[in-house]
Design a protein around this ligand. Sequence first.
Ligand SMILES: [Zn+2]
Ligand SMILES: [Zn+2]
Length: 285
Amino acid sequence: MHKDMKYGSDYKYIPATSIGSGVSIQVLPDLYCHTIQIVNIILIGNPETNEFILIDAGMPDSADEIIAVVEERFGENASPKAIILTHGHFDHVGAIIELVEKWNVPVYAHELELPYLTGKMSYPEPDPTVEGGMVAKMSPMFPNEPIDLGSHVEKLPGDGTVPHLPEFQWIHTPGHTPGHVSLFRESDKALIVGDAFVTVKQESLYKVFTQEQEISGPPRYLTPDWKAAKESVQKLAALKPEVAITGHGLPMSGELLSTSLDKLVREFETIAVPEHGKYVDKNFH
Ligand SMILES: [Zn+2]
Ligand SMILES: [Zn+2]
């Protein structure tokens, strides 16, 4: 392992899966989504140009699968120009050290997420008391200690531009984590959501497994700031996205996306916020 990068001491393989695991979907000619167990990675870039960016870095122990997906789409020994992280949760940075070692590319994240990516700060403990199902109950086993990417991670530019993706802008969507970002392309209204909202009820082992489409707020057991999370969903809904790729669940588009997002904004307190839980403000409901 690279001497100036290391995972947290609680880093480990997590035995959770879904029927989508290992499946790739070409959402648009230059937007490609692949599911690692229960989380999505996204490749942005047209295979003909051979220039692309990786969004997020999958589950622990998934580097070989990510490299295989990249090489299948972009050719042998292909490597992205950069890796952009929507946030630093274990299921979005699970293979990042192996990937940075192999490709030697920069990693970008929001400035407020850097303490969790440079070994300085742990995420809050997951909250298993939120209702919703077995994944929430399993959440105490999830790693929450920070990884340390040392000098390999940089902050995203302050002006909203995204390195190597001139058509996209990053949008600060905190709540799930302080430095959570989503990416938006105005020309076709394509939205890379991260975990600001998801299209599967991520707390439920059964629904995660079947990937049944259902708009949902950010994963409940790992979201400490529900007020910010609501504002972030409002911000994304106001963009009127035509297609959305979320960190968990299947991509959603068109009418289903717009009606689902409107409903999530309108009924955020009942759909997204847990009835009880250690991060729920008593006055929020
Ligand atoms: Zn997350
Ligand atoms: Zn996630």
